[in-house]
Design a protein around this ligand. Structure first.
Ligand SMILES: [Zn+2]
Length: 198
């Protein structure tokens, strides 16, 4: 079992490796950040945002929650989007779901789990909306993972933050992708929205 000390040791090695590759990186990043990507992903430990994209510190602004949801009254997520779009001026917002998502599975199972039920209600609404498509699916969970991502892309495009950015001709695209836990590969769902499709 790993302890905090193990993690602190790993961190020293990690920082040393980065220093060896780019001796100025930490110095530059300590002054400011200018990431081009906002990543909205699942909290699942198996889908670490920067790592799966081979990105380093400073490249991704990140928000994660259970089942990568963008909910209209979630001030936490909306604040992240606002700061990313209006202050950092990210060019790409990526919603990343993943096959085998426990949150999506729990919503499909529809069994009471306590506090989290209120959160999963957001997925259950989409399940109801897409019930006819899902009923003909062999792998309901995987399809629902994709449909859930697509829904969040639409939710982001629907925020005043993103609508205003597009109205002001700010370069900004919203993408939906899914991560495959079994292969480590990302799949583009082809549901990108930009100013032209808004
Ligand atoms: Zn998940």
């Amino acid at each position: 079992m790993k302890t905090l000390n193990d993690i602190l040791e790993s961190n020293k090695n990690w920082a040393k490796n980065i220093q060896n590759k780019d001796s100025e990186l930490f110095k530059r990043l300590s002054k400011a950040q200018s990431p081009e990507f906002l990543w909205i992903g699942c909290s699942d430990s198996r889908v670490p945002a920067s790592e799966v994209c081979g990105a380093g510190p400073g490249e991704f602004f990140v928000h994660r929650n259970i089942a990568n949801l963008v909910v209209e009254n979630d001030l936490n997520c909306l604040s992240v989007i606002q700061y990313a779009v209006e202050a950092l001026k990210v060019k790409e917002i990526i919603v990343c779901g993943h096959y085998g998502c426990g949150g999506v599975q729990a919503a499909l199972d529809d069994k009471p789990l306590g506090l989290i039920d209120g959160w999963l209600e957001n997925i259950k609404t989409t399940i109801k909306e897409k019930s006819s498509e899902l009923s003909s699916c062999e792998d309901k969970t995987s399809r629902m993972v994709e449909l859930n991502v697509e829904k969040q892309v639409a939710n982001i495009a629907n925020t005043e933050i993103v609508k205003n950015a597009w109205k002001n001709n700010q370069e900004l695209r919203v993408h939906g992708i899914v991560y495959d836990l079994a292969s480590g590969l990302l799949k583009d769902l082809g549901v990108t929205l930009d100013q032209a499709q808004a």
